[in-house]
Write a protein that binds this ligand. Structure first.
Ligand SMILES: [Zn+2]
Length: 694
């Protein structure tokens, strides 16, 4: 049995870690200090979905310094109390990415991305929430404590984990075969060298080689303690007359990674020119490998896809690898299968833009047209690059320099609909029937685009290319759209006459004259920013002006008026403020921007970074507003009063509505209620006017 010291060491280490993590420690799983535990173990624990204890999360949030976390990825310069740098989420030459250590948040004024430290790690590294927490914990040497999961959950996790484990173990073994065995070196490594693959590329993609024998790696895995059932479950071994044989024999191995970099399956390319065997074979589907949900190379491409805000889609493993080697890293492959909806959604997590790179074979392109309609349906933008006849991305990239490749792609990239129209138009010359069919087909494609404005743009463009009046195309499109809607029962009663009407309908729905959310937002924003500052308010009972903390004022008023916010998140924030004040605690805004509940964190970050509505309104009304802090009493009071006024108005309207349907005997009571509220409303409005003119 061939086994390098490296492999042996990894395997032993792996088993130790396995034991360490699996051993219950006083009723819970205890993961040791990150610095003292090898990485492999931490990665293993990541996927356990154990619950990190709330106390640990709190410790992480209390310790983290956002400028230090982001500083590991972005070069930051101090400017005033903030830091600025080039945004890692979009391409820019002048910095519009700002980090506020005081608030514990970042915001890009170019692309609008904003968040706290944990969000940043999630966005930038595409980690899950627990993975991001663990990353930060490791950086600050914080011990992670996790809570136990149920035995049933554990069983399922164990099974999946053992599948990942055997794949990982095997991937290492295949790599060893490629570079350390005579057979690997002479057969496979020489083939990869012929393709000009650098050592670093081979290592990055963890390329390997399966020895040309029937029981080679299966026996090796069993000798190292891996179970037969797991080997067949992941499809590495095939059960033949109750003896396991190797699925991959004499093949270059391409491991397929999931988003977090774990090996979920393998592709194997035969090297002999034997015609009887398939050129490529793949692992069969398993609990951890679902072909329709995986894109080859996504693990290596994700960060660059976000950065370039574009994803190149190619056909095969070697296209991906060659392009990476040429420095173009935002590239993935659908690996032979036609593109699925799940794959498209996977790309959409990172960018709305796809550029498909085709080799020069027209038949292949036409076959993929349906798949592209699927992409359009997801509201994504599709461009097409056609390589010269006889070239695929792999061969083209190997013949040209990086700069030439990029120039070629940029120049050749054509919008999908224009590309399709042009390609098919050539075939319709002198054939009116074919031409009519083409128009229908293009309109069909355009009808898949969810956005009305985009549809109109394409109609215009096609009208020019095909020399058909725009209105004719528009009529055909509306016919299609109506068919789409008829297919969906919930839209059955909507009659679409044209796109414009439909759009203005959408607009109308959005505007609600009694919308109080802006006022609620403003009040919460003031509370978050100035909770512990003092304001001057008039106390009716004492009949004099008194000093009060902003949080105490808002909490008291909400309580006295029995008002709760229409947005549940705001009520949760108020509740936490209330509880903190009862214990005489202070809640800093960082408590909320780093809140364990992602929704609360997102909402507060949004509030604290968006330009606030109120002062804009004051400006419109030509009321001069000094620095917000100087005007705090004024701001808090007017915000509160206008919110109260809107609540009263809303209630008045509700009473009026009720009157329309109520029986006669209840009308008197409702009129009474209405009058009472009307008085309150007038009172609030006059108070508001008094405060503003004061
Ligand atoms: Zn940005």
């Amino acid at each position: 049995m061939v086994c390098s010291p490296q492999t042996k060491q990894n395997s032993a280490l792996f088993h130790n870690c396995w034991f360490l993590v699996k051993r219950p420690h006083e009723g819970r799983f205890l993961l040791h200090h990150p610095e003292r535990v090898p990485d492999i173990c931490i990665n293993l624990a990541y996927s356990f979905h154990l619950m990190i204890k709330p106390e640990t999360i709190q410790r992480i949030i209390d310790t983290v310094r956002i400028e230090e976390v982001i500083g590991d990825f972005v070069s930051l310069k101090k400017r005033g109390s903030n830091y600025v740098g080039l945004c890692p989420f979009h391409n820019e030459k002048t910095p519009s990415f700002s980090v506020s250590p005081a608030k514990g948040i970042y915001k890009c004024f170019g692309c609008g991305k904003a968040g706290n430290s944990v969000n940043f790690v999630i966005e930038h590294e595409h980690y899950s929430y627990p993975e991001a927490l663990k990353y930060i914990a490791k950086k600050y040497n914080i011990e992670i404590e996790e809570e136990e999961v149920t035995p049933e959950m554990q069983l399922e996790i164990d099974e999946r984990e053992s599948m990942f484990a055997v794949n990982g173990f095997m991937s290492t073994y295949f790599q060893h075969n490629l570079t350390e065995t005579e057979e690997g070196k002479s057969v496979a490594l020489s083939y990869l060298k012929e393709r000009d693959y650098r050592d670093s590329t081979v290592q990055k993609f963890e390329l390997g080689y399966a020895i040309d024998q029937w029981h080679n790696y299966t026996d090796h895995a069993i000798d190292n303690g891996y179970k037969k059932e797991v080997l067949t479950k992941v499809g590495l071994s095939i059960d033949k007359d109750s003896r396991l044989i190797d699925r991959f024999r004499g093949r270059v191995i391409f491991p397929i990674h999931n988003l977090t970099g774990k090996v979920i399956g393998f592709g194997g390319r035969i090297l002999s020119s034997e015609k009887s065997t398939a050129k490529y074979i793949n692992s069969p589907e398993s609990d951890i490998y679902n072909k329709s949900r995986v894109l080859y190379g996504i693990y290596f491409a994700r960060t660059e896809i976000v950065k370039q805000n574009n994803c190149y889609l190619v056909e095969g493993y070697t296209d991906v690898i060659s392009m990476h080697q040429a420095g173009i890293e935002n590239v993935v492959a659908s690996s032979g299968t036609s593109l699925t909806e799940e794959q498209i959604r996977l790309i959409k997590r990172f960018t709305p833009n796809i550029t498909i790179l085709f080799d020069g074979d027209t038949a292949g392109i036409k076959a993929s047209f349906r798949g592209i309609d699927l992409i359009l349906e997801q509201g994504m933008n599709v461009k097409i690059v056609l390589f010269p006849d006889g070239e695929d991305p792999d061969s083209f990239v190997r013949k040209h320099r990086s700069s030439e490749i990029e120039e070629f792609i940029t120049k050749q990239a054509k919008d999908f609909i224009a590309f399709k129209t042009n390609l098919l138009l050539d075939e319709t010359v002198g054939d009116p029937t074919k031409r009519a069919d083409l128009i229908k087909e293009i309109i069909q494609t355009i009808s898949h685009i969810p956005d009305g404005i985009n549809r109109s743009v394409y109609i215009k463009e096609c009208s020019t290319i095909m020399d058909v009046p725009e209105q004719t195309l528009m009529n055909e499109l509306n016919k299609r759209l109506r068919q789409h809607f008829k297919k969906q029962p919930e839209n059955a009663d909507i009659e679409i006459t044209d796109i414009e009407t439909r759009q203005s309908l959408d607009e109308q729905i959005k505007i609600d004259p009694l919308d109080i959310s802006e006022n609620e937002k403003q009040l919460i924003r003031l509370l978050l920013l100035y909770a512990d500052e003092m304001i001057t308010v008039f106390d009716d009972e004492e009949d004099k002006e008194i000093q009060m903390r902003v949080d105490d004022f808002i909490l008291k008023e909400l309580h006295d008026e029995q008002i709760s916010f229409t947005k549940e998140i705001f009520n949760e924030i108020i509740k936490e403020f209330g509880e903190a004040r009862e214990k005489d605690n202070e809640l800093a805004e960082t408590h909320f921007t780093n809140h364990p509940k992602a929704k609360i964190a997102a909402e507060t970050i949004n509030l604290l970074t968006s330009p606030h509505q109120l002062s804009e309104n004051w400006k419109k009304n030509k009321i001069f507003v000094k620095q917000e802090e100087d005007q705090l009493s004024f701001l808090v009071l007017t915000t509160w009063l206008s919110l109260k006024a809107k609540y009263a108005d809303k209630h008045l309207k509700e009473i009026l509505e009720l009157m329309k349907t109520s029986p006669a005997e209840e009308i008197d009571m409702l009129i009474n209620q209405y009058n009472t509220f009307k008085k309150i409303s007038i009172q609030i409005h006059s108070e508001l006017t008094r405060v503003i003119s004061y």
